[in-house]
Design a protein around this ligand. Structure first.
Ligand code: GCU
Length: 661
């Protein structure tokens, strides 16, 4: 009888599990699988592996007219861009490169999937950046630093012999949004990644990714020559060390001829670097650049540097890098986090942008939500990415946005690049939260075209991932577009930052005072709350970080009256009774912000519950349960922060906001 019951149960479960919507298809849910055009309706010369993929996508999914794929060398200045032109009976996709044709195919499939017009197309696309790169912070033991979607996709133990089907799926997903490079391993890099046995494993991944137009990069440990080969040191001016890197480069390129290059975290958070030998970042970067140069490889040298000192952490990267401007080889690019602290829900932009006049710069974003509620909170990050890219640095006069400084418009670079720390792991849905897939998608789309709006990206993504029914699209888009600001409100409104519990960076710990430890890792150092007020004084009377911004921003941020209120506590120590623009005093404003963050998330819950009829049960329930966690956490943040700050403000919590529980 017991057995019989078990059989019945299994029987009942099978049909559901077969059709389970686990999110593994990401946004690539083309209608009527295996129902595309017949092969004779594809006109194409050549049979390169990339073209083969393009043709397969069309025969599987394209339901329109004949498609011609045409390589056209005359389009060379469009890089891996493409044109799409349609007549009544044919669509022609042209590009100077095969990968451009594949991108063009994904473009028309996206149009079809989002039910956009596919008649009279006359499209020209050129990517905003040459290198559109994901940084995986994956360790060789399978864990992921700041990863919230399970273990690493890369099965180092199984490679090079056993190949997971997900490698190809991953490459396809990236190609569909134009991502063309990946760093496979953590910036806190194990030297072992450069061992021969690991390079053989990396080669397998590179071979799988290549037809999808993806190049592999590696994070390297500066001390590798000493650790791996027992050299006396890893000093960049030591001839033996230089030779070691040259030999290593030769070995790598013999294995992976189109290897992209190295990403380097040096002299940062305990990592080794050139300063260990009294050398500069430029000395270190140039040594590696010289080794990769003959093969066309690049060095992405990170500017995320700070050390426990009296100097405001927000100023340190600028202080270290500006004196080195112009001293780097032309295949080095300085990779700069969007803000000067560390991927906070909102930061002022990093003042290093534009300050290097003769050295190429690139942005590093973080897609993984280290400081935005991990994969429990719904936070659509396109608005954050856009806010940064559209920030005007004034470095070369008005209009010197970070986008224009890094995309080659204002500074003619040998190559341009944009990066983001991935949120991808082995979870079935890849990113932990179903809506976190949208952040991978958004990064790719913006790296391809930074002028797209957040609204447009959300719209596309929702239609591709869920449904194009407006009764779903509209409310869900509203959630997405307001979600990042809601997180800011319930965690760190008005420019507050880094008041997370230490180590895991999940919950609040504004009381954190790591006495005897590092003050620059203590929340109390960042919020500076006392009986007079709250906020970090970065004006002339404080750390004077404002002086690192170009005029007129130095003045603007230096003056409490002209500082945007969403950054007021980033730049000023503000009295509790300071009158804000809406007439409320600071304490009240803070309380209302926390409260509005909580209220918004409660609304998201209600809205999502109404969406049940439009979503499969699995994804519906999953998102619903995560929103519950998010709401609980939002209340936790609000209560913890308000009750803690109240001991200094000595003001009542406004009567009309939710009571602390
Ligand atoms: C943050 C993060 C670390 C990471 C570092 C980096 O500090 O918490 O895990 O290593 O950034 O970007 O190098």
């Amino acid at each position: 009888m017991q057995n019989f019951k078990a059989y019945v149960l299994i029987f009942l479960l099978i049909p559901f599990s077969m059709f389970a919507e686990d999110g593994s298809q990401l946004w690539l849910r083309f209608p009527n699988v295996k129902n595309g055009i017949s092969a004779d309706k594809i006109i194409s010369k050549g049979n390169n592996p990339t073209i083969e993929i393009a043709k397969n996508e069309l025969t599987n999914f394209w339901q329109g007219q004949t498609v011609e794929l045409r390589t056209d060398k005359a389009l060379k200045n469009q890089k891996d861009g493409y044109t799409i032109k349609s007549s009544s009976d044919k669509i022609t996709i042209s590009s100077s490169k095969e990968i451009g044709l594949l991108y063009g195919v994904y473009h028309i499939l996206r149009l079809q999937q989002t039910k956009s017009n596919i008649n009279n197309l006359n499209i020209t696309e050129k990517p905003s950046y040459d290198v559109r790169i994901l940084n995986h912070w994956d360790n060789l033991d399978g864990t992921i630093e700041r990863g919230y979607a399970g273990y690493s996709l890369w099965k180092w133990e199984d490679l090079p012999n056993k190949i997971s089907p997900r490698y190809k799926e991953y490459a396809r997903a990236n190609a569909s949004i134009g991502i063309n490079s990946v760093v496979l391993n953590n910036v806190n890099a194990s030297p072992n990644i450069l061992r021969k046995d690991y390079l053989d494993k990396v080669k397998v991944l590179a071979d799988i990714f290549r037809p999808y137009g993806i190049k592999v990069y590696l994070s390297v440990n500066f001390a590798s020559p000493k650790v791996l080969s027992g050299l006396e040191n890893s000093d960049p001016l030591n001839k033996n060390v230089q030779k070691w890197w040259k030999d290593k480069a030769s070995e790598i390129y013999q294995t992976i001829p189109d290897f992209g290059g190295f990403l380097v975290k040096a002299n940062s958070e305990g990592q080794p670097g050139p300063q260990d030998y009294g050398r500069t970042h430029a000395d270190g970067a140039n040594m590696m650049a010289d080794a990769l140069k003959p093969y066309g490889g690049n060095i992405m040298w990170r500017a995320f540097v700070y050390s426990p000192s009296k100097e405001d952490r927000a100023k340190q990267a600028y202080l270290e890098f500006v004196p080195l401007d112009g001293k780097f080889r032309d295949n080095v690019i300085v990779q700069i986090k969007n803000g000067p602290i560390d991927f906070q829900p909102r930061e002022a932009f990093n003042p290093l942008f534009g300050a290097l006049k003769k050295t190429p710069e690139m942005v590093e974003f973080q897609i993984t939500q280290e400081y935005l509620g991990f994969s429990n909170h719904l936070a659509f990050l396109a608005p954050l990415f856009k806010e940064v890219l559209d920030s005007d640095t004034y470095s070369d006069g008005k209009g010197s946005t970070i986008a224009k400084l890094t995309d080659g418009t204002l500074r003619k670079n040998k190559f341009t690049a944009i990066s983001a720390v991935a949120n991808i792991g082995e979870d079935k849905n890849w990113t932990g939260h179903h809506f976190a897939q949208a952040n991978w998608y958004a990064f790719g789309r913006l790296a391809w075209n930074h002028s797209l709006s957040s609204e447009q990206i959300a719209d596309e993504w929702i239609k591709m991932t869920f449904t194009d029914n407006q009764d779903f699209v509209k409310p869900v888009k509203d959630i997405m577009l307001t979600s990042r600001e809601s997180v800011v409100d319930y965690m760190m409104p008005l420019g507050l930052h880094h008041i997370f519990a230490s180590g895991h960076h999940y919950g609040p710990e504004p009381w954190g005072d790591y006495k005897g430890g590092r003050p620059d890792w203590s929340p109390v150092y960042y919020h500076q709350a006392n009986e007079k007020g709250i906020g970090f004084d970065r004006t002339k009377s404080g750390s004077n970080a404002v002086s690192q911004y170009f005029p007129p921003l130095d003045e603007l941020y230096g003056n409490i009256k002209t500082t945007p209120e969403n950054l007021i506590l980033w730049f000023h120590h503000v009295p509790w009774d300071y009158k804000m623009k809406d007439g409320k005093m600071l304490w009240e404003e803070l309380a209302y912000k926390y409260d509005s963050g909580v209220k918004n998330v409660r609304e998201y819950q209600k809205t999502w519950d109404k969406m049940q009829t439009y979503v499969d049960s699995e994804r519906f329930a999953h998102v619903q349960s995560r929103l519950k966690i998010q709401t609980k956490d939002a209340v936790w943040w609000k209560d913890a922060c308000l009750l803690y700050f109240q001991q200094f403000s000595k003001q009542p919590i406004p009567y009309d906001i939710e009571r602390p529980v």
